[in-house]
Design a protein around this ligand. Structure first.
Ligand code: AHN
Ligand code: ZN
Length: 334
């Protein structure tokens, strides 16, 4: 528990009130204002988060339609129910860019479902069926330890605490499916609108068919590729366009919990499309994406859509930086 004694906080606030409004007006307080208080929040455990990545990878590539995908989905649902969630599974069929029908399984886990004021915490849980950025075995599926595994693992680790330490707002953890079956870059001649629409098929389905009627949330946080070695997170351009106030809140929390070195102040345009764009445009919920930027590729981490996206490429310190940050944000929200 990262506890600030509430008595101490109340005394500080009382002292400030008297300093500002007391009988001796005209004097300025001689002490510097205290640093922003941390909310009482559970302790994010990076070892547990790492074990959740390893567990997902052990099923094999979670390619929609495969046994590994089904088995991992069953485990995700059972685990979330075990943490006290009400789970809704949304199944259907979507069509991939090549015309192939793909079975869909979106997983939405809710805590305090009766509350109107909610937070949407999302990540994709499927893995890409091809390694199209790899020179070797490009037609084989990837492990997706980082791409798919890492964001899901961090939300599972938060979920582990939600029953014993309830949040002020209702929580929805949305594990999106069929995010990563998009058209390989260049296949249709570039990053045009037709090509971007071939990604994020699970979230596209959900915004047209929300799991509850008139679903909304105060804001949303998407995690994508948050477990790579020494991951850095610039302010992502779509997030800044749609939800700059949420970006500011999260980046401030990162600094407050000691991970300001990972959350960079610069804004960068390096994401073509991601689930947060779909939810911002489809439901008008302000959503951001925490997604690694790599200076050597000038884009995503070098393991992106290669066989090197495996458990060996997962950095517990990156999981910790992101996990502790979003834990602070979620439990601070009142
Ligand atoms: C592009 O920007 C083309 N894709 C980002 C969506 C994605 C794929 N995230 C992980 N894999
Ligand atoms: Zn991907």
């Amino acid at each position: 528990m990262q506890r600030i004694p509430s008595g101490a906080l109340a005394l500080t606030l009382l002292a400030l009130t008297f300093t500002a409004c007391g009988p001796e007006t005209g004097t300025t307080p001689e002490v510097a204002p205290p640093p922003p208080a941390l909310a009482t929040a559970p302790l994010f455990d990076p070892d547990t988060a790492y074990a959740f990545v390893a567990k997902q990878v052990a099923f094999g590539p979670r390619v929609p339609g495969t046994h590994a995908h089904r088995a991992c989905g069953d485990w995700l649902v059972a685990t979330l129910k075990g943490y006290g969630a009400t789970v809704i599974e949304q199944t259907g069929t979507v069509t991939a860019y090549n015309g192939q029908p793909v079975p869909l399984r979106n997983i939405i886990a809710s805590w305090q479902p009766e509350k109107k004021d909610r937070l949407l915490l999302f990540a994709h849980w499927d893995t890409r069926p091809v390694a199209d950025h790899d020179k070797e075995r490009p037609n084989d599926p990837i492990d997706g330890a980082n791409d798919g595994g890492s964001g899901t693992a961090i939300w599972l680790e938060l979920a582990r605490h939600l029953q014993a330490q309830p949040t002020a707002l209702g929580i929805d953890i949305f594990l999106t499916d069929v995010e990563d079956m998009g058209e390989p870059s260049g296949a249709m001649g570039g990053d045009d609108e037709n090509s971007t629409r071939t990604w994020c098929l699970g979230s596209q389905y959900w915004v047209k068919n929300p799991h509850v009627p008139n679903y909304t949330a105060r804001f949303g946080i998407l995690l994508d590729m948050v477990g790579s070695v020494d991951a850095r997170f610039p302010r992502e351009a779509f997030s800044m366009r749609y939800a700059p106030q949420v970006v500011n809140k999260v980046w401030k929390a990162a600094a407050a919990v000691g991970h300001g070195d990972r959350f960079l102040s610069e804004t960068r345009q390096y994401v073509g499309i991601d689930d947060h764009v779909i939810v911002n445009e489809g439901l008008g919920i302000p959503c951001i994406d925490i997604i690694a930027f790599d200076a050597t590729t000038n884009g995503f981490p070098p393991t992106w859509h290669t066989h090197a996206d495996n458990l060996a490429g997962i950095d517990k310190e990156s999981l910790q930086a992101v996990g502790a940050t979003v834990t602070q944000v979620v439990w601070a929200e009142k």
